[in-house]
Design a protein. Structure first.
Length: 645
């Protein structure tokens, strides 16, 4: 049986894929779109797997057993080592609730379902990602799910319809996948990001290269041009894309088409040396281990130092990643992938070994994950035994669910249902109008993203005499902006609702302040005023570089139960308050400074006035007690706020 020729340029292209991912994850600002390296891998996999399976089918030598044995030898040993090592490190470096979450992700990682696990949680680009040492395994699960389906589909298509039938199926699957991704991003970006059906287009692009390469491979100039434009497209995505880019969908076509062109032109005599040189090839050979190792290192660095790495530390993390990857390639990957002589495990023995390793991970992880419901009780017991203030140990309350008592003499956890008043309104999170008009009370409409809930908690408790309505959307401001989430449908619904809200007496706008949002927010407030709506807008929220409860648990001690957390506070966004205040006041709107109640006399605090609660529940959302105090501050400062409107 003729063997397929080894292509060193593909290993070089793997280097182009993995290094931007590493640089992006350790915080190198230039590589804002480094996450597209994963998409480069998907295209490469689509090409190589289709090439291999199609070749063996046509040679009459294809075997499902042999195919899956090769895939298992390639992927599982190094992944098991990574999962086990990450879980061991997590025992010492992660807070209890993050540890139980990591245990759950370990179970799903070894069962090739971690993309589904992380799909049910927060987004890939959220700050909370730094608490998930196995987050990166989502892409491995996507690949493994592709491997489970594509060989059988390819065999069926080739035997029934021939190569042309395969090509038509690839085109149809790619178009449907891309259209589905675009549609999914309108409602939930994580659906399009994590789930395999919406990534099929990327594998299909790689597979489609097989039908084009014969027209290119003998034309030197065309090879050079393909590789040049391919690398330019990948480079554009790596350096021009950011976390705000609407991705995947159509935006993913840029790096994917670039990768397809790079595969076509990889044999170019001159420019091809960029991929075929020894450095690129050798890094490409260990790229799988590099990918596995780099993210846990970044997570555990953050967990230990609680800050972003300096430039020199970033370089050290890259060097350590490459060193550990080389060792894992030599002592884990190679012995299982390319064993020789009597040391080679037979296929059944290798399968049994994988099953035992999976049990080694799944059983203890299942016990730890199942105990997640008891995390609060365990933490409270620990605090009682040690007689230390609440918050030094224990689970972080989820935003919108419960609060975290800090300095209680009873050493108890207070668990007020944050947003209980809001839940009674049964408000959704897609920008729809909720609540009912009152003919006798002042009707106040609160508009915003997730921070609108904070505004509701504040104003509904401080001004209970009003009737409140709500239009909020998780992650979407009420005005158009470039976001990773497509908010156009939300914005259209809110705009349509405003056209018929003639009975609203007052509008409160509260959103999370971000770079680029201030002028859009100012214009939106001016637009509301132009329509005749009495309007109030709040300034930037109090934000921390890490979740406030986590910071507290690191900084507090028995001798200092209420430490100053100001060094972890992000004050960069407050520069936008001055122009927003001016625009609001010029249009006749009211501007309220959210920072003023935290720093009333240039002396800032992180806690409620009674010293029993953090003002912020996570990085930037108010705790229930913080929102209530903010509402009291507004009432004291503007006692006739609604009466005069």
């Amino acid at each position: 049986m003729a063997k397929l020729a080894y292509r060193s340029d593909i290993d070089g292209l793997r280097t182009i894929a993995v290094l931007p991912v590493v640089f992006y994850h350790i915080g190198m600002a230039w590589f804002g779109g480094g996450f597209v390296g994963v998409d480069v891998f998907f295209v490469i996999s689509g090409y190589l797997i289709t090439r291999l399976v199609l070749h063996e089918i046509e040679q009459g030598s294809f075997s499902f057993a042999r195919f899956y044995e090769r895939r298992a030898r390639r992927l599982f040993p190094a992944m098991f080592v990574t999962v086990v090592a990450s879980m061991l490190a997590a025992q010492f470096l992660l807070f209890p609730e993050y540890l139980t979450q990591a245990a759950g992700s370990a179970i799903f990682a070894v069962t090739s379902l971690s993309n589904i696990f992380f799909w049910t949680q927060s987004g890939y680009f959220d700050t909370e990602a730094l608490t998930k040492p196995l987050l990166h395994t989502w892409s491995l699960s996507v690949e493994e799910q592709f491997y489970m389906v594509w060989p059988a589909a390819l065999l069926l298509l080739v035997t029934r319809f021939g190569r042309n039938g395969v090509l038509l199926a690839l085109i149809a699957a790619g178009v449907l996948s891309l259209a589905g991704a675009e549609y999914a991003m309108r409602t939930n970006i994580s659906t399009a990001f994590y789930l395999t059906p919406f990534r099929i287009v990327e594998f299909a692009i790689g597979a489609g290269v097989l039908w084009v390469e014969r027209y290119v491979e003998q034309r030197r100039v065309l090879l050079e041009l393909c590789l040049l434009f391919g690398l330019l497209l990948i480079g554009y995505a790596v350096f021009a894309y950011t976390e705000q880019t609407l991705f995947p969908g159509v935006s993913a076509l840029v790096p994917c088409m670039g990768t397809a062109l790079a595969i076509l032109g990889g044999r170019a005599p001159l420019l091809g040396l960029v991929l075929r040189n020894p450095v690129s090839v050798n890094i490409g050979l260990i790229s799988y281990s590099v990918y596995l190792i780099h993210w846990p290192l970044a997570v555990f660095f953050d967990a230990y130092f609680f800050r972003e790495p300096s430039f020199m530390e970033q370089l050290a993390l890259v060097a350590l990643t490459l060193l550990l990857a080389a060792l894992m390639y030599r002592y884990v990957e190679t012995p299982f992938r390319k064993p020789a002589g009597p040391r080679r495990l037979s296929a059944p023995a290798f399968g049994l070994t994988c099953a035992l390793l999976a049990l080694l991970v799944v059983l203890p992880a299942s016990i730890q994950w199942a105990a997640r419901e008891n995390a609060d009780e365990f933490a409270a017991t620990t605090r009682d035994i040690l007689s230390i203030p609440m918050g030094l140990l224990g689970a972080t309350p989820a935003y919108g669910q419960e609060s975290n008592m800090i300095a209680s003499s009873a050493l108890e956890t207070i668990k007020p249902a944050r947003g209980t008043l809001l839940k009674s309104m049964k408000c959704g999170t897609a920008g729809e109008l909720c609540g009912f008009f009152s003919p006798r009370r002042t009707n106040v409409l609160i508009i915003g993203d997730s921070h609108a809930e904070d505004a509701y908690n504040a104003f509904a408790t401080a001004f209970p005499e009003n009737n409140y309505l709500m239009m909020r959307s998780q992650g979407c401001a009420p005005f158009a902006e470039q976001r990773t989430k497509d908010c156009s449908a939300v914005n259209a619904a809110q705009e349509q609702a405003l056209e018929i809200l003639s009975k609203v007496d007052f509008i409160i706008v509260q959103v999370r302040m971000k770079a680029g949002r201030a002028p859009l927010l100012a214009a939106y407030v001016q637009e509301l005023r132009a329509k005749g709506f009495p309007t109030l807008v709040t300034g930037a929220a109090i934000e921390y570089l890490r979740p406030a409860p986590d910071i507290y648990r690191r900084e507090a001690s028995i001798s200092d139960p209420l430490p100053d957390l100001s060094k972890f506070r992000d004050t960069s966004l407050f520069v936008f308050d001055a122009p927003l205040r001016k625009a609001a006041e010029d249009s006749g709107a009211i501007f309220i400074d959210r920072y003023a109640y935290v720093c009333p006399h240039d002396t800032c605090t992180d806690y409620t006035r009674d010293g029993k609660q953090l003002l912020v529940a996570d990085e930037h959302h108010m705790s229930w007690e913080g929102a209530v105090e903010f509402g009291q501050y507004v009432r004291q400062t503007y006692p006739d706020l609604f009466a005069t409107r």
